[in-house]
Write a protein that binds this ligand. Structure first.
Ligand SMILES: [Zn+2]
Length: 194
């Protein structure tokens, strides 16, 4: 269960005056890991190690890149903003429409009928067996309250035939923010030093 070092390289740091050390490890399960350490005092002040994951033939593989602290912090700021915006729009929608959402299922006579209404008779996730296992130890109302999430919000509004301009506007803004975050993260990785 221990990691074995298989390589260690000294590579040029971003400012070019020093180095960082890149080590590779494997363990008994043939998992691999890369560890980087900055040796340059100047770059230590300016750069952070950013770890991201790539998928190679179904296996997740952690990679690193050196990024400027202020670029990293700018991305974190968008992330925080996005979390806040999502919470805000869900809270707003909950206040306005949670009751309507629960009422939509109120006269359903069975769990299967709730599932049928929830998934447009099986056209949407989850399948019936999954739904039964999700609701095995949970009463349907708790389950439906949980379903009222950011991810499901557009679907829920559509199902309830709700046109709410302020909420739609906020949803569009949040989606824009999500795209912006994706772009900023990709740029961070693309423009980082390796
Ligand atoms: Zn340096």
């Amino acid at each position: 269960m221990s990691w074995e070092e298989i390589s260690s390289n000294e590579l040029e740091c971003p400012c070019g005056e020093g180095t960082y050390t890149a080590k590779s490890f494997v363990d008994d399960w043939n998992r691999s890991e890369r560890r980087w350490e900055m040796n340059c005092p100047k770059c230590k002040q300016v750069y952070l190690l950013h770890t991201y994951y790539e998928y190679e033939s179904g296996k997740s593989c952690g990679s690193h890149v050196w990024v400027r602290k202020e670029h990293y912090e700018a991305v974190q700021k968008i992330k925080t903003q996005l979390v806040g915006e999502k919470e805000h729009v869900v809270n707003l929608a909950e206040r306005r429409y949670m009751q309507a959402w629960l009422s939509y299922f109120e006269d359903a006579k069975s769990k299967k009928e709730i599932w049928r209404r929830l998934t447009e008779a099986g056209r949407l996730y989850p399948g019936l067996a999954t739904f039964y296992s999700h609701t095995k130890h949970m009463n349907p109302e708790t389950y439906l309250r949980r379903e009222f999430s950011y991810k499901n919000l557009p679907k829920i509004l559509q199902k309830l035939n709700i046109i709410d301009e302020p909420i739609q506007l906020r949803l569009r803004a949040t989606m824009g923010l999500e795209e912006g975050l994706d772009e900023a993260e990709n740029r961070l990785i693309r423009e980082g030093h390796r």
